[in-house]
Write a protein that binds this ligand. Structure first.
Ligand SMILES: Nc1ncnc2c1ncn2[C@@H]1O[C@H](COP(=O)(O)OP(=O)(O)OP(=O)(O)O)[C@@H](O)[C@H]1O
Length: 803
């Protein structure tokens, strides 16, 4: 074609003639440009020439030229720096001694500031150094003879140079140095004896021999024989777990067709939404109530040509995993929660991203072959046995999504908050906690206090020796009970500080040591577990008091071995307040009705997707994410069997010491630990509460009248307590007596704003009067504040604030 274009009509072949036809009408130059341009394009595309290649070639050509002779710029760059070999002018150590530093003094105090390369150095601006380094700083240090560096310099100067002869050992000096020290005979004893005959030790083996290694067979026995027994044998006998129901023989269905097809459904659904992910068989966990599938986000794999097969294969890393060019985002998988629930036809699914410690997103769906987790199987598991050996407060929780038994230690929790909707399994959980304690701890180890405002859940435990006082069912008795707990805590604190021990463990250790020496001065202090089955009822009766006491107990009781287990079915912020939450770090959430409730309990959503009937999220104090567990189940008859077992022991003991003649007497006798009697009349307890009486007096004086509802609102206390305070105020002559027909009582020393009296009845009219009085008072205060504001600018200096 080129020939045809250049030479015009010359025959160059049929193909060239055909190809060149289109270009013949144009000037030959256009034809050349087009043809050469097409050729260049073909070369670029065929050889995949990029701009990088062009730059590479350009660089190479530039270097070729450069080798012939460096450019002016290059030679300038290669010149030696004018500062090469110069020390910084303000260095401490420039020059030799003081004279040198004195000579050099003017120089170090100036610093050259290079502003422009073109300006000669001597013309550049100089800045005095004192400004930056703080005046006389250098000279002071250089001249100070006690300065560490100067002392060291002098000492270094004294060290002789060259090889030195090793110093001879002075036997006298050596003998003095090792005087009083005793050690095992050394293997080179004979040589020592030869060299220092006077100092050869006659008998040096005074060191105590090492304790035998308990891991070697036969050694523990020898040790046990040589030491006093460190365990106090309790006179109580623990029950056998055989008392409890036998675990169901139902076997878990392992990786049958069901899970395989479900895994395939999940993977197909993800693919249909263009989400690259895989569900591997090893990532499927089958638990008692849920099955968890692990979805691993994959992506577009990086491909390379296989040398043997000449096919494109995915690149694998050193561990054999596929390397992905782009990965699927976890959030894209999470967004498909409802779509997955739809295709799986599941009642409720819960997704967890990522499952802690695993490289996948967990999808939990209900297990159609769900089964009961019995308390006995968890109590007999090796996990529980291990925990039991460490702590007397080991509790059985249930089984996790992989079917592994899960246990906890109440001593380390150290308090537990349980919440969940009604019927979700709170009471069963509390019963399993109590049963765990009853099966492994004697009353010498652990004592219990129980509050059951619902009156039906815990009353059956009355009469067991672990109870410090009978189960409290009246709300009014809870405050005295908690107060008694706080008193106990304070007593223990005082005792511990007198003995110089830090906590209950330290106390127990000290007691064992004393007992080994025959000193029985220290009493046994059992751990105390306070169980409250419905917090909401208590918080409604006296929110401030109950909250304050729970927080006080929660903050300080850990060291003294007092633990709280609190349950509520109303996980709202007025029941589980911020303060209570902050002080009770370990939480269990059963199914709740909304994500808001879930967040109130475990600080995140998820509990609203639980299945109920013991399905729970367990959040230990030290974990960031909750763990899903199917709670252990304890049937009523099992709990009764345990209670019967312990009651029987009490009866046997009482008969043995002649306290009672027949078992029937014991059944009727409530067991109360001396000092733990909770007063039937809560008023007696309140009477001692001078602090609140003072506050009540302040309130009635401030308002100029007294009523129960006023005290209830102002002091945030319950009705009965407010009523009792009104009685006390009357007894102390602060308010007038009830005189029928009125609503508020007269305050005797203050002014009464109305003529009404008598406030025993808590009526709506009573409330209305209080509200109106409140409004009047607020209006008065507002007017006062405005009056002060108006006066302020006019006066100088301003008046003191009246409020
Ligand atoms: N761990 C469990 N395993 C199997 N079923 C359970 C479990 N826990 C509870 N259930 C079932 O749920 C029912 C209700 O449990 P529970 O009485 O403990 O609920 P609750 O939360 O205490 O309710 P409420 O607040 O009304 O007292 C039980 O009767 C039992 O059938």
């Amino acid at each position: 074609m080129e020939t045809r274009l250049i030479l015009g009509s010359m025959k160059v072949g049929a193909l060239a003639e055909v190809l060149v036809i289109l270009l013949l009408g144009w000037p030959p130059a256009i034809g050349h440009v087009l043809v050469l341009g097409l050729l260049a394009l073909a070369i670029i595309l065929t050889f995949r020439i990029t701009f990088g290649h062009v730059l590479l070639v350009a660089d190479y050509v530039r270097q070729l030229f450069a080798e012939n002779g460096p450019s002016a710029e290059e030679s300038k760059r290669r010149q030696a720096s004018p500062f090469l070999g110069l020390r910084p002018k303000y260095s401490h150590y420039m020059g030799g001694g003081k004279e040198a530093s004195a000579q050099a003094k003017p120089a170090p105090k100036k610093r050259q500031v290079q502003q422009d390369d073109d300006i000669p150095l001597n013309e550049q601006e100089t800045v005095p150094l004192e400004d930056d380094l703080g005046g006389e700083y250098e000279d002071e240090e250089a001249e100070d003879p006690l300065n560490d560096i100067n002392v060291h310099k002098q000492e270094v100067g004294l060290v002789p140079r060259g090889r030195r002869v090793p110093k001879q050992l002075d036997p006298e000096e050596h003998a003095q140095a090792v005087q009083g020290a005793s050690q095992h005979e050394l293997p080179f004893d004979e040589q020592v004896a030869l060299k220092f005959p006077r100092k050869a030790p006659k008998k040096v083996s005074e060191m105590e021999s090492l304790a035998p290694n308990p891991r070697l067979p036969g050694q523990p026995k020898a040790r046990a024989a040589s030491q006093p027994a460190q365990v106090i044998v309790s006179s109580w006998k623990l029950p056998d777990t055989a008392l409890l129901n036998n675990p169901d023989e139902v076997k878990l269905q392992l990786l049958g067709d069901d899970t395989t097809s479900l895994a395939k459904t999940i993977q197909d659904t993800l693919r249909s939404f263009r989400v690259d992910a895989e569900v591997r068989p090893e990532d499927i966990s089958i638990g008692p109530t849920v099955i968890r599938f692990g979805i691993r986000p994959t992506g577009k794999p990086e491909m390379k040509m296989d040398e043997k097969t000449h096919k494109m294969m995915p690149v694998r890393d050193s561990t054999g995993n596929i390397v992905y060019e782009t990965r699927t985002r976890v959030s894209r998988i999470m967004a498909l929660q409802n779509d997955l629930a739809l295709v799986l036809e599941a009642k409720a699914i819960r997704m967890e991203a990522p499952v802690p410690g695993r490289p996948y997103v967990g999808v939990e769906i209900p297990n159609k072959n769900s089964r009961l987790v019995t308390l006995r199987e968890v109590l007999e598991s090796k996990e529980y046995q291990g925990m039991k050996a460490k702590s007397k407060l080991a509790i059985a929780l249930g089984r996790d999504v992989a079917g592994k038994p899960r246990v906890g230690d109440l001593a380390r929790m150290p308090h537990l908050l349980i919440a969940g909707a009604t019927g979700a399994g709170k009471s069963v959980a509390i019963n399993t906690i109590i049963a765990s304690i009853l099966t492994q701890a004697t009353p010498d180890d652990v004592r219990l206090l129980m509050v059951d405002p619902k009156m039906v859940e815990l009353s059956m435990y009355n009469g067991i020796p672990h109870l410090l006082s009978p189960v409290v069912t009246e709300v009014d008795k809870v405050v005295p009970l908690l107060k008694r707990g706080i008193t106990e805590m304070e007593q223990r604190y005082r005792l511990f500080s007198q003995l110089g021990v830090r906590n209950l463990d330290g106390y127990r250790k000290m007691r064992l040591e004393k007992l080994a020496k025959g000193d029985t001065s220290l009493n046994n202090l059992p751990a105390i577990v306070i169980i409250i089955d419905e917090l909401a009822d208590l918080m409604m009766a006296a929110p401030e008091e109950v909250e304050g006491m729970i927080c006080r107990l929660a903050q300080l009781a850990r060291a003294t071995g007092i633990h709280l287990v609190i349950a509520t079915q109303r996980p709202s912020v007025d029941v589980i307040t911020g303060l209570i939450k902050a002080n009770i770090p370990t939480r269990i959430s059963f199914m709740v009705s909304s994500a808001v409730d879930s967040r109130t309990i475990i600080d995140m959503g998820g509990a609203e997707r639980l299945l109920g009937r013991g399905d729970m999220l367990y959040l230990p104090a030290d974990a960031g994410r909750p763990e899903r567990i199917q709670g252990a189940f304890l049937a009523d008859e099992e709990a009764e069997a345990l209670v019967h077992y312990w009651r029987q022991q009490i009866i046997e003991r009482a008969i043995a010491i002649g306290e009672i003649a027949n078992p029937a007497e014991a059944e009727n006798k409530p067991q109360v630990e001396p000092g733990w009697e909770i007063s039937e009349q809560p008023a007696e307890e309140f009477e001692l509460d001078d602090e609140l009486l003072d506050k009540a007096e302040e309130v009635v004086r401030e308002y100029g009248r007294a009523s129960i509802s006023l005290l209830q609102r102002r002091l945030r206390i319950g009705y009965s307590r407010a009523a009792r305070l009104i009685d006390l105020l009357e007894e102390h002559g602060i308010i007038g007596s009830a005189e029928g027909g009125g609503r508020s009582r007269e305050v005797l020393d203050g002014s009464s704003d109305d003529g009404f009296d008598d406030g025993e009845l808590h009526t709506l009219a009573d409330e209305a009067v209080d509200i109106m009085a409140d409004q009047q008072r607020n209006e008065f205060l507002r007017q006062q504040a405005e009056a002060i504001k108006r006066q302020k600018p006019a006066q100088n200096p301003p008046h003191e604030d009246i409020s």
